[in-house]
Design a protein around this ligand. Structure first.
Ligand code: NAD
Ligand code: DAU
Length: 340
């Protein structure tokens, strides 16, 4: 297998590359990443020199560039595309949505168009549970047939990308697959997201900003479980299908915050309730029965041990998140790759 994987300098993509190269000795991966603020080459340390791995800096929304990349590989063609590249943070989409539309929608379309045109066998679109909108307490978890109802510019742009993948299957018979996963946690997550932001703040004895009443619920999954599910969809999924991925770990933000405080031995006085996120989705929960029944996948990592492993990683890799928080990581790579 030779796979074009986009967005591998981010959180899930970098963990996915590690997972695939460990699991499949004969896989080759080309990582296409723009190196936005969220892209960090340090996330791939230890992998850069693997002959099965190649990094290409580029923008999925730059059509001329993407077309040239596919052309360059046509004699030793990609077997699949896995598209992680995205603007991924809800709060940033509230501040301004332009990049979300460009990357998440236009970029996905440019990839779909080129992958189909260059006869790449399979296209996996990495999507999110947020396309289903929010659940009320007691409502059943999202299934693949739940009505789509995105509430943020981020989730609306991810929904549009899903609809494009669906349309390429329905109209052109192109083999697209959509995976929708719940909230991931694990190593190398950018410290703007709840778990790495709170853990790193607490390690610096700083306050943690809990939005609103902190009673919003997220359904957490360890990142390697997500990678395993994507790998299965890539190998054995049915074209045109959507697969939900979740680990049945529904936890309210305030409860999770208190777990983090307890793990790190910090006082509850560090909790700071702040103004709520506009349009804040109250609850997500995933029903993963379909991927379990069709592909035999089930999450393996329980939340307690996954969280403990994750916290340990942030303690042991303080230099990694400190360089991000001070902005030093941007300067370092700009020396090699130019301005962002
Ligand atoms: P991330 O923000 O950590 O990483 C995104 C990566 O994409 C970065 O390396 C960035 O440089 C790259 N990128 C952004 N714009 C690009 C462009 N125009 N061209 C090429 N590369 C570009 O994101 P993440 O949390 O790892 O999420 C990865 C994917 O998984 C996203 O599609 C996201 O919607 C989806 N997802 C995330 C979660 C989660 O909990 N983090 C859950 C479900 C689905
Ligand atoms: O559900 C999957 C989604 O999970 C992915 O599609 C997104 O890419 C990913 O960013 C994540 O979205 P969330 O908005 O759920 O993640 P975030 O870490 O930003 O927030 C988790 C919850 O914590 C949410 O209810 C908002 C809250 N929160 C977040 C931050 C950053 C706080 O209370 N305080 C904070 O400072």
């Amino acid at each position: 297998m030779k796979i074009l994987v986009t967005g591998c300098c981010g959180f899930i993509g970098s963990n996915f590359v590690r997972y695939l190269l460990n699991k499949h000795k004969d896989y080759r991966i080309v990582n296409l990443d723009k190196l936005t603020y969220a892209g960090n080459l340090e996330n791939l340390r230890g992998i850069e020199d693997d002959p099965r791995y190649e990094f290409v800096r580029g923008d999925i929304a730059d059509e001329a560039f993407v077309t040239e990349l596919f052309k360059k590989h046509k004699d030793d063609n990609f077997d699949a595309v896995v598209n992680f590249a995205a603007e991924s943070h809800v709060d940033r989409s509230i501040m301004g949505g332009d990049e979300f539309i460009r990357t998440n929608i236009e970029g996905t379309h440019i990839l779909l168009k080129n992958a189909m045109h260059h006869e790449v066998g399979r296209f996996v679109q990495i999507s999110t549970d947020e396309v289903y909108g929010a659940l009320k307490p007691g409502e059943p978890a999202f299934t693949e047939t739940t009505r789509i109802a995105p509430n943020s510019v981020y989730s609306a742009s991810k929904t549009a990308a899903d609809m494009l993948a669906r349309a390429y299957f329905k109209t052109h018979g192109y083999s697209t697959f959509i995976t929708r996963c719940s909230n991931n946690y694990g190593p190398y997550q950018f410290p703007e997201k709840l778990i790495p932001l709170f853990v790193s703040n607490l390690l610096e004895d700083r306050e943690v900003p809990v939005y609103g009443d902190g009673m919003q619920i997220r359904d957490w999954i360890y990142v390697d479980d997500h990678s395993e599910a994507i790998d299965l969809v890539l190998q054995k999924g049915r074209p045109g299908e959507v697969y939900n991925i979740g680990a049945e770990n529904e936890i309210a933000n305030i409860e999770l915050t208190k777990m983090l405080l307890k793990h790190l031995g910090k006082p509850e006085s560090l909790i700071k309730y702040v103004k709520d996120r506009p349009g804040h989705d109250r609850r997500y929960a995933m029903n993963s029965a379909k991927i379990h029944e069709e592909l035999g996948w089930k999450a393996k990592v329980d939340f307690e041990s996954g969280l403990e492993r994750t916290i340990k990683w942030y303690i042991e890799n303080r230099d990694w998140w400190e360089r991000i928080k001070t902005g030093e990581y941007l300067k370092y790579y700009d020396r090699w790759y130019g301005d962002r």
